[in-house]
Design a protein around this ligand. Structure first.
Ligand SMILES: Nc1nc(=O)c2c([nH]1)NC[C@@H]1CN(c3ccc(C(=O)N[C@@H](CCC(=O)O)C(=O)O)cc3)CN21
Ligand SMILES: CC(C)C(=O)C(=O)O
Ligand SMILES: [Mg+2]
Length: 285
C-alpha cells in the first residue's frame, strides 16, 4: 500500500493543492516519486508523447498495462493512477470492469476515465468493487474526431451545463476526484465550488484543487506543447547537446578515454596467451 491514498487526496481539498504529473516509464516515475508528487499518472497521452501518434485514439490496453507496470515498480509513495484508453470502457460496464482490473493488476492504485455522466454506472460499479476512480471533463481528448481538434471548453451555456453535469455525476457515483481539462477558469472555479471532490486542472486556471501536466511538456522534450504549459526545463536541448558532444568525441577519437577501458598491463603476457589461443584455433580448425 502506498502512502498517498484516494482518501488523502479527498482530504486535501481546500487545505493543500494536489500536485500531479504524468510518467510512462521506470526511471521517470522514480524521479517523480522522489520529487514528492502526490499523484503519478500513466496517461493515454503516452500515445502522443511516447509513441508519436497524432492523437490518443490508437492507445491500447496492452500499452497501458506495460507502462503502468513499469511506473508501478518505481513508485513507493505517490498514488499511481492509470488512464483507461479509448474503446476500453465505452462498449459495456462489463468490459470497463474487466479492463480496469487489468490496470489494477498491473500496479495502479486507481483508474481514470474520460467523461462523467455517460459513465456513471461504470464508476459506481468500480467504486463498489473497490477500484478508486477519477473522472475527466471539459476537453476530453478521446473525442478528438468529433471536436475537430483540441479547443478551449466552457464558453457556451450548453458546455457549462455538460461540465457541471459530469462533475456532479462523478461525485454522486463515488469518484475521488475529477480532471478539468482546458476549461475557462471561471467554469473551473464554479465546478470546484459545486462539488465536494477535488478538481485537478490542466489548462483550467488557478481556481481548482490541484494541477496536472504532461512529463514531456513541462520538461521540454516534446515539440507540440499545448499553450497552457509552463516549461520548467529544456531537457530536450540538454539531451541534444549531450548527444552532439558524444558524436563529436566518437568521430574525433576522444571517446573512450583511458578511464573508460581496460588493457593488459603486461604486453608479453598478452602476446603469449594470444599466440597460444591462435595456435589452438588452427589445430581445431
Ligand atoms: N503532450 C501533450 N500534452 C497535453 O497536455 C495533452 C496531450 N499531449 N494529449 C492529450 C491532451 C490534448 N491536449 C491539448 C493539446 C493541444 C492543445 C492546443 O494546442 N490547442 C490550441 C489549438 C489547437 C488546434 O486548434 O488544433 C490552442 O491554441 O488552443 C490543447 C490541449 C492536452 N493533452
Ligand atoms: C492530460 C491528462 C489529464 C491526460 O488525460 C493524459 O495525460 O492522458
Ligand atoms: Mg488521458
Amino acid at each position: 500500500m502506498r502512502e498517498i491514498t484516494p482518501r488523502k487526496i479527498i482530504e486535501m481539498k481546500g487545505k493543500e493543492r494536489i500536485a500531479m504529473v504524468t510518467a510512462y516509464d521506470y526511471p521517470s516515475a522514480l524521479i517523480a516519486d522522489r520529487a514528492g508528487m502526490d499523484i503519478i499518472f500513466v496517461g493515454d497521452s503516452l500515445g502522443m508523447v511516447v509513441y508519436g501518434e497524432e492523437n490518443t485514439l490508437n492507445v491500447t490496453m496492452e500499452q497501458m498495462v506495460f507502462h503502468t507496470r513499469a511506473v508501478a515498480r518505481a513508485v513507493k509513495r505517490a498514488l499511481v493512477l492509470a488512464d483507461m484508453p479509448f474503446g476500453s470502457y465505452e462498449v459495456s460496464v462489463e468490459e470497463g470492469v474487466r479492463n480496469a482490473v487489468r490496470l489494477i493488476r498491473a500496479g495502479a492504485d486507481a483508474v481514470k476515465i474520460e467523461g462523467g455522466y455517460d459513465h456513471r454506472k461504470l464508476v459506481r460499479k468500480l467504486v463498489r468493487m473497490g477500484i478508486p476512480v477519477m473522472g475527466h471533463t471539459g476537453l476530453t481528448p478521446q473525442r478528438y474526431l468529433r471536436l475537430g481538434g483540441y479547443r478551449l471548453m466552457g464558453e457556451t451555456e450548453e458546455e457549462i451545463e455538460e461540465i457541471l453535469r459530469d462533475a456532479r455525476a462523478l461525485e454522486k457515483a463515488g469518484a475521488f476526484a475529477v480532471v478539468l481539462e482546458f476549461t475557462l477558469a471561471d467554469v473551473s472555479r464554479l465546478v470546484t465550488e459545486e462539488v465536494s471532490i477535488p478538481t485537478i486542472g490542466i489548462g483550467a486556471g488557478p481556481y481548482v484543487d490541484g494541477q496536472v501536466l504532461v512529463w514531456h511538456d513541462l520538461l521540454g522534450i516534446y515539440e507540440n506543447v499545448p499553450p497552457f504549459v509552463k516549461k520548467y526545463a529544456d531537457i530536450g536541448g540538454m539531451i541534444r547537446l549531450a548527444l552532439e558532444n558524444y558524436r563529436e568525441d566518437v568521430k574525433g577519437g576522444k571517446f573512450p578515454a583511458k578511464e573508460h577501458y581496460w588493457e593488459f598491463l603486461d604486453k608479453d603476457d598478452f602476446r603469449r596467451k594470444a599466440g597460444r589461443a591462435l595456435e589452438k584455433l588452427e589445430e581445431d580448425g
